[in-house]
Design a protein around this ligand. Structure first.
Ligand code: MN
Length: 238
């Protein structure tokens, strides 16, 4: 199995700084295991940047080779790190971050740890499906059948998160998917998915990894770029 990946992040056209963070910062290739992480920070002043940065710094301290550490434990260690930072500096109280962590192992299995409304998608055989569930009020209402997916897309409170790192103990979703050669995985912050519909993301996600990252970021900015946008693309080949 061979992975090829690229990542990119952009502050967008409205915000004056970027509270998203992504790991790794550079594109690359390898046999796996490889770790790809997207975090979307929030909080006053620079606290959002601090949250996403601290969270990613903590999770990359644990080697992707360490198979004894589950994705849930990896994400939870980032949560612990943020809670410690707030205890040390109460001015940071209220900062938080999403985290969608993908560990792509040498056998082609994708292990995901996930909190918040960043997303992972799988592109396979000309189709695209979301691998993660959003932890937002509207996503929970859709799951309960109280709101249609169409109404959710334009709901004024669609950004309200039900789970985030940095505020206290948190339930972390964990997923495992067997990938196949030819699969492409997309991990992105809501700066992309708020601005660009899934059908359009799918239609634009067919180029090489590096080109796709920037095509999608540019599409989010062309649509208004109201938020920071982060995109990671990972291809698997035999
Ligand atoms: Mn965002």
């Amino acid at each position: 199995m061979r992975y090829v990946w690229a990542t990119g992040t952009h502050q967008g056209r409205v915000r004056d700084h970027n509270e998203d963070a992504v790991y790794p910062a550079t594109s690359g290739a390898g046999e796996g295991p490889i770790l790809i992480v997207v975090a979307d920070g929030m909080g006053g002043h620079v606290a959002g940047e601090i949250a996403s940065g601290l969270a990613i710094d903590r999770v990359v301290e644990t080697s992707p080779e360490d198979g004894d550490v589950s994705p849930r434990e990896r994400v939870n260690s980032a949560n612990d790190r943020l809670l410690m930072a707030v205890r040390e500096n109460p001015a940071l109280l209220g900062m938080g971050t999403t985290m969608t962590l993908g560990l792509f192992d040498a056998d082609g299995i994708l292990h995901i740890g996930h909190v918040g409304d960043s997303r992972a998608y799988l592109l396979r055989d000309g189709g695209m499906r979301q691998l993660t569930r959003d932890h937002t009020v509207v996503a929970e209402l859709v799951a309960l059948g109280h709101l249609s997916p169409e109404a959710a897309e334009h709901h004024p409170q669609r950004h309200l998160l039900t789970r985030t790192l940095g505020l206290g103990p948190v339930e972390i979703d964990q997923y495992e998917y067997q990938l196949e050669p030819g699969d492409r995985v997309l991990i992105c912050s809501d700066g992309l998915t708020v601005m660009v519909d899934d059908d359009d993301i799918e239609a634009m996600a067919g180029g090489d990894v590096e080109g796709t990252v920037w095509t999608l970021i540019e599409a989010a900015n062309a649509a208004g770029g109201v938020d920071n946008t982060t995109v990671a693309v990972v291809d698997l080949s035999a």
